[in-house]
Each structure stands twice: as C-alpha cells, then as structure tokens.
Design a protein around this ligand. Structure first.
Ligand code: ADP
Ligand code: MG
Length: 394
C-alpha cells in the first residue's frame, strides 16, 4: 500500500496543538508550503533548460504568533533535525541575522533575512509531512512555508510570486550553503491543483500544464531510502562538463545546442567522450521535457511514459547519476503490466523514483518493487496539489 498522507487540516491541527502546549497560548498565524516531485527534466536547470515538477500533498506547516519581546523562538516537531529541535535568536533588523547552529534553522533565518521588511519577534512551531533528504524538497517546503508565514505575520507581500521564490532560493544559497537551482522554490510557491508546472530556467517563465486526462493513470513515488546522495564534487563535475561543452561549441549554454551540435562535438579533438555524453544527456533531456509537457497536456500518457524511460536511461548511461538501488526500482517497475514509464527523480544517486502507471496497477507495482528491491522502499501517490498559502487558525 502507498503511505497515506495526512491532509492540510490535520497537519494544521497538530501544529496548532503543539504550539498551544509549548507556548501556553493560541497561535494566530498558520501557513504551509508543499514538497514536490520533478516528473522530467533532470540536470537541465543549470543549463538554462526546462523542468516539469508538480507540488505534492506532503507539506510543511508553520503555526505561530508575534510578541513584544526581543527573541524569536522556533520549534521543529520533526525528528530529522540536528543537535536540537528548537532555537532562539535575536529579532530586529533582518540584516543582522547570520547563519549558524543548528543547521536546519539556517533555512528559516535565511528567509527572515531575505524577507521584504523586518518582522517582529515571534514564536513558532513547524510540523512537516515531507520526508527530509529524500529528494522531495523538504528544504524548499520549509523555506516557502516560512516566507508565507512571514507574509501573513507582517501583512506584506512582494509584488510578484517570482520574487518570493527567488528570496527563498537565496536563503538556501547564502544561509544553508546549498547551491540549489530555482525549480523547488518555484513549484512550492506556484503549484496549482491538478497541474504540473513547466518552468523555463532561462527566463523563469512558467506554464501550468493541466492534467485533465489523467483519470485512469497516476504518478507513484518510490522512496529508495538509500542513504547515498549526490556529492557536491560529483555535482560540480557534471556542471563543469556542461559549461565546457557549451564553450567548445561557442554557445552561451547547452540550451542553445541541439543533437547536431552533439554530433559535431563528437568529432572535435578537444571534447572527450565523457564531455560528449554529459552534453548529450542535457540536450536530449531539454527536448524530452518540452515534448513531455505537450504529451501531458494532450493526455498522451504512452508517450509521456516513454520519455520518462528515456530520461532515466540517459541519466544512468550518459550522465551517470543513477545508483544500483534506483536502477533496481526502475527495472522492477517497468516489468509490471500497466506501467508506462519509470525514472529516477531529483539529482540522483539516492532519493526517489517516479513511475507513471494505470491506477489499477498500483498495488501490483508496489508488491513487485518491494519483492525485487533489497532495501525497504516507501510509496506515495503523487496527486498534483496547490502551492503555498496561509490558512485560518480557527
Ligand atoms: P530535501 O530538500 O531533498 O528534502 P535537503 O538536504 O535539501 O533534502 O533538505 C533537508 C534539510 O532541510 C534537513 O536536513 C533540515 O536541515 C531541513 N529541514 C527540512 N524539513 C525540516 C523540518 N520540518 N524541520 C527542520 N528542518 C527541516
Ligand atoms: Mg532540498
């Protein structure tokens, strides 16, 4: 069986209850933001390509209340946090806030520091149903939930949602020290019920892709629970290869290259086989993502599934960011009747796979993947949900 995900009301109720217990008063503000799964478009963001994520029913909720004191106190009810699950810091000018310990608090401090105005001191409690470190972007959910909470607390918002996503990305860069792309924050802010989001990472324009024909099909997420993650050196190596390939081709980025350029690259003496394969993944993946968005909109799920398979194979063979765990889950899924496509999702090496299949094949697929996989996987149905918002506390 797929894990059942608590709904917004029950997560809100839990956050409000913990707040009341810890602070002996009622919270006045409550906001949440979702995690996400990327359906296709991997390692395309830093090459100015396309990505196609959707927001998930798994969310991070913050309940809180401002006060007249000098210190803000935040408690996370998650058991994934390092050292301590609560921290206090001096409220006041946002430019005075600096990153430090505990590390998880840096995502929050970064959002306060990058907010549009100073905010008063507040107490808050965080409750999340997004698994942390699984590649479903609990980090962006935490940032965007924090930012949305600050909007409700201060009754101030930036003019455009893009500004909010960019401020949260900046928080992750400068406070958490993670050089992430912009996809996670964009989808957590802009997710729309029933839609995936096609994001052009070159100019940050977006298009909602309605999944109106999906009735008989569903996306199933499988968490490999494999500990290994893409190291920053492996990430930088891939990124540098792409930049080198673009430079050899005389292009601004691989977004401007096509498959003929890859053939040309093959015949250049200064382009190693290695660079050619990295570039080939990116160029073909950017095209696949655009084709997949059209297929999804038209309800051509057979084609969407094929593109997912091609994406995984390219990530495994050309980009070399898969792992034996992810390959094993993907191969097992593809053996099941009713599965149209399966691929790793996220940066690779660990984390999750995403599978497109008929609804009536879900239980069989779960059983088969469990039987074939040496680890202990977890399963979630990925229903496309809305982005961040503040919710009433009553
Ligand atoms: P992912 O975004 O794929 O889940 P990351 O490594 O980018 O993985 O982010 C996970 C980190 O985000 C955690 O280690 C923790 O520091 C922080 N985090 C996420 N959710 C919470 C939470 N509910 N409470 C406290 N920290 C959290
Ligand atoms: Mg993250």
């Amino acid at each position: 069986m797929a894990a059942s995900v608590p709904d917004v009301d029950s997560v809100r109720a839990k956050a409000l209850q913990i707040f009341a217990e810890k602070f002996n008063e009622q919270a006045t503000v409550c906001a949440y933001a979702p995690g996400r799964v990327n359906l296709i478009g991997e390692h395309t963001d830093y090459n100015e390509g396309f990505v196609l994520p959707m927001a998930l029913p798994m969310i991070t909720m913050i309940a809180g209340k401002s006060h007249d004191g000098r210190k803000s106190k935040i408690i996370s009810a998650s058991d994934i946090v390092d050292v301590t699950n609560e921290f206090e810091f001096e409220a006041g000018k946002r430019s005075d806030i600096k990153p430090g310990e505990p590390k998880w608090a840096n995502y929050i401090k970064g959002c306060i520091a990058n907010f549009i105005c100073d905010v008063p001191a507040f107490n808050a409690v965080i409750v999340s149903t997004v698994p942390a470190g699984a590649g479903l972007s609990s980090s962006a959910a935490l940032e965007v939930a924090t930012y949305t909470f600050l909007e409700a607390l201060s009754e101030k918002k930036p003019e455009k949602p893009e500004q909010k996503a960019l401020a949260c990305q900046k928080a992750e860069h400068n406070f958490a020290g993670v050089p992430c792309g912009i996809m996670d924050q964009f989808i957590s802010v802009m997710g729309k019920e029933g839609c995936a989001l096609l994001l052009d990472c070159r100019d940050l324009t977006t298009k909602q892709i309605p999944m109106i024909y999906i009735d008989d099909y569903v996306f199933l997420i499988t968490n490999s629970n494999a500990p290994h993650k893409l190291s920053s050196s492996a990430y930088c190596e891939r990124r540098d290869c792409c930049y080198d390939a673009a430079k050899i081709l005389g292009k601004k980025s691989l977004r401007d290259a096509d498959i003929n350029d890859i053939l040309a690259l093959t015949s250049r003496n200064n382009a190693s086989d290695y660079i050619v394969r990295r570039a080939r993944h990116v160029v073909t993946e950017i095209q696949r993502t655009q084709d997949a968005a059209i297929a999804l909109e038209k309800g051509d799920f057979q084609l969407f599934g094929r593109l997912m398979n091609e994406s995984h194979d390219s990530l495994r063979d050309d980009y070399e960011v898969s792992s034996k765990e992810l390959d094993s889950l993907v191969s097992a899924a593809r053996e099941v009747d009713g599965v149209l496509g399966s691929r790793l999702t996220g940066a690779g090496f660990g984390g999750c796979t995403v599978t497109l299949l008929r609804k009536d094949a879900v239980n069989k697929a779960i059983q088969h993947m469990k039987a074939k996989y040496s680890g202990v996987p977890e399963f979630y149905i990925a229903t496309p949900t809305g982005g961040a918002r503040d919710v009433s506390v009553n």
